[in-house]
Design a protein around this ligand. Structure first.
Ligand code: ADP
Ligand code: GLC
Length: 494
């Protein structure tokens, strides 16, 4: 019998995406199928989700789900089993998944995502669907603070007598913790005992992520290094004590990438497909990128210097303030820069000013553009990720797969996925990119210098590109790690 898992998340590719969380949630069903695990994803019925459904079936109606009428719809999108929580009062509105169009968080986010967790617990705990005497799902896998309340309701307000459904919470980013005031606690429908320092209470208010961390049977995060980092105040951001208290239950499982979507041999977004054996064809993509970003054209394969790219949320986490400071140095090295991103208005403006200051050397696109992000990975020479913290990071993995050499801060998943071109790694011929310690002007400027110098060594650079392209960042081993963890937890509560 396959293991049945309910994955609970606020976004999933190909339907709604604000970041890497969506890539991972969207990839998990396929990644787990070969391991005998059937994943159904539960997500909120935002307008974009409802519009994508095609044929759907109503499988349950709540007169009041935490005070709001709601329906549960079941559908298949791209072959993936979806359950959609259709609660128009919570989710049908103009704006983004967590905020209005101006970027202000929705004030009822506590209710929007507690309701998602409550629904997940109702579904998995057997309140609304059963297979005979047992629940429909063997395990619940919740993602980030938006999914975390599923674990809390399963533990604090269970349904099925004598059967406990185990749960996992995955931390994709501990910086987002779902904080709300104490006044919402009575409206969550939790027992009084949940209000404690070992429960949902957090500095006098509540944290939905904390509720998940203290109630889930296991905690995962998206890289082994980040799993260790979040035990410290610098990275744990207030939750380090909770993480340390559960040390034995915390593990890091690296994200994979979906080779069907991210493969330079068959990527329809690229002007020219290429592989590790036909890297020379890549130059056509680079020429196209120069035109697209208004960069000075080079003649010959290496003329014009390297093109560094950035595809990112423009935020402090991603070190965008330091990137802005380093641009003059980068241009001074004879390199060029192409940036695609959106985020904090201050960084957007500073990048635009840099592009005006350096016509032909710096190009910037503000916005979100999936196809362009593929073309940049397929034509850029190196991708910069000066992140202050990075739970896993996906764009360096896409860079590796596309021969766009990653230049990254040594933190989290970036530390775990890039092999620094230090002398030993170069001599052994195993380097795949460049790492720098610390995120500040000197560290990033030195990394850009090292990258530019290595770029001039055509043989070394080509070897780094090919090493990255041959590295395996598919879901194969991480899918198997999740499946093993699921089975262990299911066996432990049986
Ligand atoms: P995070 O989730 O912290 O933003 P990740 O590296 O895990 O970081 O994932 C970011 C995802 O969003 C990647 O798939 C990346 O390609 C994509 N992305 C980020 N910004 C943009 C953008 N402006 N246009 C297109 N894709 C973007
Ligand atoms: C978060 C993290 C990112 C990670 C992604 C998917 O958004 O910031 O590092 O890759 O989640 O797990």
């Amino acid at each position: 019998m396959p293991l049945k898992v309910l994955s609970v998340a606020s976004e999933a590719v190909p339907i709604v995406k604000t970041g890497g969380l969506a890539d991972v949630v969207g990839a998990l069903p396929q990644a787990l199928m070969p391991h005998g695990v059937e994943v159904t994803t539960l997500m909120p019925g935002y307008p974009a989700v409802l519009a994508s459904l095609g044929r759907s079936k109503t499988v349950h109606v709540w007169d009041s789900l935490l005070g709001t009428p709601a329906r549960l719809l079941s559908a298949k999108v791209d072959g993936h089993a979806l359950l959609v929580l259709d609660a128009p009062g919570l989710y049908v509105r103009e704006g983004k998944p967590y905020s209005d169009s101006a970027g202000h968080d929705w004030s009822d986010n506590w209710q929007r995502f507690a309701a998602l967790g409550r629904a997940a617990a109702d579904i998995a705990g057997g309140a609304i669907q059963r297979r005979g005497k047992t629940a429909v799902f063997d395990l619940v896998h919740a993602h980030d603070w938006q999914g975390a309340m599923a674990c809390a309701y399963l533990r604090w307000a269970p349904f099925i007598d004598g059967q406990r459904i185990p749960s996992i919470v995955t931390i994709h980013n501990i910086a987002f913790q779902g904080w709300f005031g104490a006044e919402v606690f009575p409206r969550l429908g939790l027992p009084e005992t949940a209000w404690s320092i070992d429960g949902i209470e957090y500095h006098g208010g509540i944290s939905l992520l904390k509720a998940g961390l203290v109630t889930a049977d296991a905690i995962t995060t998206v890289s082994p290094t980040y799993a260790r980092e979040i035990e410290s105040p610098e990275f744990g951001m207030g939750l380090e004590g909770v993480v340390r208290a559960r040390r034995g239950d915390v593990s890091g499982i690296l994200n994979g990438i979906d080779a069907a979507v991210w493969g330079p041999e068959h990527d329809p977004n690229l002007k020219h497909a290429f592989s590790a054996r036909s890297l020379a064809k890549r130059v056509e993509n680079k020429r196209a990128l120069e035109i697209e970003f208004g960069l000075d054209a080079g003649e010959g394969a290496r003329a014009g210097g390297p093109i560094f790219i950035v595809v990112s949320r423009l935020t402090w986490q991603k070190g965008m303030d330091v990137l802005v400071e380093v641009i003059d140095h980068l241009v001074g090295m004879g390199a060029r820069l192409a940036v695609l991103g959106s985020g904090d208005a201050g960084y957007e403006m500073a990048l635009q000013q840099a592009a005006e200051r350096h016509p032909g050397r710096v190009g910037i696109r503000i916005g979100y553009n999936e196809a362009l992000s593929h073309r940049m990975q397929g034509g850029g020479d190196a991708i910069l990720l000066p992140s202050r913290f990075e739970p896993c990071g996906l764009t360096q993995l896409y860079g590796l797969a596309y021969g766009c050499v990653p230049v990254v801060a040594r933190t989290g998943g970036l530390a775990d996925t890039v092999i620094d071109a230090n002398p030993a790694a170069l001599a052994a011929g195993v380097a795949t990119g460049i790492q720098h310690d610390g995120v500040n002007y000197y560290a990033l400027a030195a990394a850009v210098t090292r990258a530019s110098e290595l770029y001039n060594d055509e043989e070394q650079w080509g070897r780094m590109q090919r090493n990255g392209m041959k590295a395996d960042f598919s879901w194969a081993s991480s899918g198997s790690a999740y499946a093993d963890l699921y089975r262990r937890l299911v066996a432990s509560v049986a």
